[in-house]
Design a protein around this ligand. Sequence first.
Ligand SMILES: [Zn+2]
Length: 186
Amino acid sequence: MSISIPKDFEVQPLKAGENPPGRVTCGTCGLSWDDSISTGWTPAPGGRCPFEYYHENEEEVVVEDTADDNALITQDGYLVKALDLLPLIDEDYREELEQLITDGNTAQAEQLLLSLWDHPYPPIQSVFLLGPDDVGDDIMTTGTTYVDFARDDLFKWTPSIGMQSLMNDGVEPKICEWGMWEDQTD
Ligand SMILES: [Zn+2]
């Protein structure tokens, strides 16, 4: 992968031979930066890269082959706990949605939530339960139902109006990485 970083970007890649003690290299784009300098992007949280917005054609979904018929489907995106969205929907439906989420009835919870979800919030991509065998990063809890927001906002310099509305209403989606085991047999 070869990427270029605008000259006015807050974090500038280190050149060959520049080796400050805070030098960190991204395994995806291969660029290095000085993580000891504090900017809006650095120090970068574990495993992340301040140049992610400029990563091109990064695969959204990685399938790890395993010996059996299961594959770990890994993804990243903006997540919130589904229950955290209850205050934002029509009061008349809160109890019903809460029950569906609590019962782990993900498909119906998604259907109901999508029917109630509207402007000005960002589009919802899916509702899913992080099962006991699935893998979540340290922000996530297994056995919890999450809402995944459309990826359009990932790594944007400025959050979209929808994302901003959500944050203004007290819900701040977090960038998470997770993997779910899926049966690959047809
Ligand atoms: Zn990178």
